[in-house]
Design a protein around this ligand. Structure first.
Ligand code: PLP
Length: 233
């Protein structure tokens, strides 16, 4: 079942890339496996999925322990400083760094483990109050410079979430804002390559606007069951 859904998704991504003149190789699918049990993730692995996204620190840590296949894990949720220890080293990439303080706590843990932790900065691109993320350009540059001088933080790009609205123009504008932010940061001498944007409902718009990573849950796994046992962790 996952294999069919995944194939369908890949075909849609391919068609979308052809329509907007992008190379499909540039698009990385992060299969968002939050709430999904181990058996389902194993099925996804058999279907050829190689990168999984989790949004809860302990759930990520437990799944990494339970699943020893050669796959990558990304952390995509809001990260609290006291949970950094569960994520650094387990997540190949942390998408959601939204303060300098958080970057510093991640750095300390990465230094302890003697690893280079890849991260993205989460940017707030909509007016929606509920969304996390950085807005202030000087603050963003400050964190980017901090990462450049760090031996344990590898800043690779930016992430955003569009609001859940019907209006496609509102969503598209968020993705344009992220791309614009990347250009603006890179004009200061940085080389941020990754743009993590787009979910099941809006990934085609995100691809048109330059996404290099799309975070897809429902289109791969079907509707989520929030009563699953991971929920209270
Ligand atoms: C759950 C989640 C997704 C995936 O959502 P779908 O609509 O199921 O594709 C993507 N990004 C983040 C940050 C999420 O929490």
């Amino acid at each position: 079942m996952i294999a069919e859904k995944y194939k369908l998704l890949q075909n849609k991504i391919k068609a979308c890339c052809e329509n907007c003149g992008r190379n499909v190789e540039e698009i990385n699918i992060i299969a968002v496996s939050k709430t999904q049990p181990v058996e389902i993730i194993k099925e996804a692995i058999s279907s050829g999925i190689e990168i999984f996204g989790e949004n809860k620190a302990q759930e990520l840590k437990e799944k990494v322990l339970l699943i020893d296949d050669d796959v990558k894990w990304h952390f995509i949720g809001h990260l609290q400083k006291n949970k950094v220890k569960f994520v650094v080293g387990n997540a190949d990439l942390i998408h959601s760094v939204d303060t300098l303080k958080l970057a510093q706590v991640i750095e300390r843990k990465a230094e302890e483990l003697n690893i280079m932790q890849k991260i993205l900065l989460e940017i707030k691109t909509s007016d929606e109050e509920s969304k996390h993320g950085l807005e202030d350009f000087d603050e963003i540059i400050e964190i980017a410079e901090y990462c450049r001088n760090s031996e344990n933080l590898d800043l690779q790009g930016l992430m955003t979430m569009a609001p859940f609205v019907e209006d496609e123009q509102v969503i598209r504008q968020c993705f344009k804002n992220l791309k614009e932010m990347q250009t603006k940061i890179n004009s200061r001498g940085f080389e941020l390559k990754e743009l993590s944007m787009g979910m099941t409902n809006d990934y085609e718009i995100a691809i048109e606007e330059g996404a290099t990573m799309i975070r897809i849950g429902t289109a791969v796994f079907g509707e989520r069951d929030y009563s699953s046992s991971w929920n209270d962790k």
